[in-house]
Write a protein that binds this ligand. Structure first.
Ligand code: PNS
Length: 157
């Protein structure tokens, strides 16, 4: 059985995240989606809220579990019996930093990272932009799952 790990800030989860998670879930026996509890930036949603949103979005996928973690990703990966880390790549601009992290994580733990290209319709999309557009009153309904849209509305009104 192969277990994959999809880590991220997910503040909030977007349609791009959902696309990557669903495609990963189809490739691996078990997928752990991991929310970093304390991202460097101060989050709009707490880690518990982000876990709840992702759990609701992936409710129909039997092989997906959602959790949050603090500290090093590779320590969390080890504690969950993870075989491989999976990251979505939106554009070449993502690659430099992702490559550094993949090589660091491999050096620290021996766990490999594989990359999956984001679906082209979401290659411009980021949680940062969704937060900014939503805060300024823009319509993000086509960019995030419905449950995220509702939660964003509650948070920002
Ligand atoms: O969605 P993001 O913000 O791009 O996710 C980044 C994340 C959470 C994957 C990365 O910051 C991370 O792994 N953080 C945990 C701390 C850690 O292990 N740092 C060393 C990375 S080489």
């Amino acid at each position: 059985m192969t277990t994959a790990l999809c880590p991220g800030s997910f503040d909030p989860p977007t349609n791009g995240h959902v696309d990557v998670i669903r495609r990963c879930a189809a490739h691996f026996d078990r997928l752990v989606v991991a929310v970093v509890a304390n991202p460097s930036k101060s989050p709009l949603f707490s880690s518990a809220e982000r876990v709840e949103l992702l759990s609701s979005i992936t409710d129909d996928l039997d092989n997906v579990e959602v959790a949050s973690f603090e500290g090093l990703l590779v320590d969390f990966a080890r504690s969950r019996g993870v075989d491989v880390i999976v990251k979505g790549l939106r554009a070449v601009s993502d690659f430099d930093y992702e490559l550094q992290m993949a090589q660091m994580n491999h050096t620290l733990s021996g766990v490999d990272t594989v990359f999956i290209p984001t679906a082209p319709e979401w290659s411009f999309l980021s949680s940062t932009l969704v937060r900014e557009v939503a805060r300024l009153g823009g319509d993000v309904a086509s960019l995030v799952p419905e449950v995220v849209m509702e939660t964003l509305k509650e948070r920002l009104t």
